[in-house]
Design a protein. Structure first.
Length: 362
């Protein structure tokens, strides 16, 4: 694969960028030990004590966000909770490999497309959570195999200094990415390796139509310097000035923009319309901790849980009733979005990624 960047390189470039998408051979294990204070807190609040239970979660959200969520859940329930942070595509591969001997019981975060694949392969448990009743039907599986916890728009992040050197403005449309000045100046995640990359591809196909969309991706390939394994891996290269533009999730770009790069980075959303990820959650079929998994599932669909996300640089739009969307994402809240068909994208993933690889040689 001529345009591929390893996860190790992405992590080395900018250690502060750890997204909820992508993959690699590294994993981060955020373990929380059961504490006596957890039982005390649960008892004090009149909550049922579940300190005899334990739970392992595969998480595709930020490391520090995952750590905080696991610790808060354990504090409130007494359930000993271990969380392993991986990319969305890597979680699917692991769940497939562990089908006959599952380690985890919950898959938390990352685009819904691989969840659809997992559902088709019988890897998810059907569960109708009472907490999901108020969530819009387009953000959850019709058969109750997964539920959306956040929505993240596809967009562009640009290095203003590099654009000035090239004599162009930040891209405002999909077609702007085809400017000759941007040859070798764009990075994005690989649709074949990253769930983020696949949402980008599926968004283009839905905005433009399948035939025109693949023609666009073929032309875009001429301007792409490299395809990364991790969804936000391109942002490191935009910050360093290696490339001028990254195609990614807007919330990942905003996180980095607010970490001291307000003057350097510009975040835009294509004017023709854009797609989005529905960050999903599911209980794994035959997982060892089904009771604890259902307790976590119900809790993660509450405003109390989801309002924590923004405290750790997760600036997606939220699904829980009463949850407060982050002010940091207000600039893109009114962006034009398509009615992204998650089911269609998931059902066609194998065919579309194969065709993309053939067209681009990656």
């Amino acid at each position: 694969m001529k345009k591929f960047v390893s996860l190790l390189m992405g992590v080395t470039l900018v250690t502060c960028i750890l997204a909820g998408c992508g993959s690699g051979k590294e994993e981060t294990k955020a373990e929380t030990k059961a504490e006596t204070t957890a039982e005390t807190t649960a008892a004090a609040e009149g909550a049922e004590d579940h300190s005899d239970l334990k739970l392992t979660i595969y998480s595709a959200v930020f490391d520090d966000e995952t750590q905080a969520i696991c610790e808060k859940f354990q504090e409130e329930t007494g359930i000993q909770t271990d969380c392993v942070v991986l990319g969305g595509g890597e979680i699917l591969a692991r769940v497939q490999a562990e089908k006959d001997n599952p380690t985890a019981s919950v898959w938390f975060g990352g685009p819904a497309d691989p969840f659809i694949t997992a559902k088709e392969e019988g890897l998810l448990l059907q569960y109708e959570s009472p907490s999901a009743a108020s969530i819009d039907a387009k953000y959850k599986d019709a058969d109750n195999y997964w539920t959306g916890i956040y929505i993240g728009y596809v967009g562009f992040v640009s290095n203003n200094d590099r654009l000035a050197e090239l004599g162009i403005e930040a891209p405002q449309s999909w077609q702007d990415l085809l400017q000759p000045e941007l040859k070798g100046e764009i990075m994005m995640a690989s649709p074949a390796a990253s769930s983020t990359g696949y949402v980008i591809l599926a968004s283009a196909l839905q905005v433009m139509g399948v035939d025109e969309g693949f023609d666009f991706m073929s032309q875009l390939n001429e301007n792409v310097l490299q395809y990364t394994e991790r969804g936000s891996g391109c942002i490191a290269s935009v910050i360093s000035g290696e490339v001028a533009v990254g195609i990614c999730f807007c919330h990942d770009a905003i996180k980095n923009q607010l970490e001291g790069y307000e003057d350097l980075l510009t975040v835009t959303v294509p004017s023709e319309g854009t797609g989005y990820e529905t960050g999903a959650m599911a209980i794994l079929a035959d997982g060892p901790d089904q009771e604890a998994a259902k307790i976590f599932y119900d809790w993660a669909l509450t405003a109390d849980c989801q309002n924590m996300f923004k405290d750790y640089g997760a600036f997606q739009f939220l699904t829980a009733e009463g949850a407060e969307n982050p002010e940091a994402a207000a600039s893109i809240a009114d962006a034009k979005t398509i009615n992204y068909d998650t089911a269609w994208a998931g059902e066609n993933k194998a065919d579309f990624t194969t065709k993309w690889a053939e067209l681009t040689g990656n």
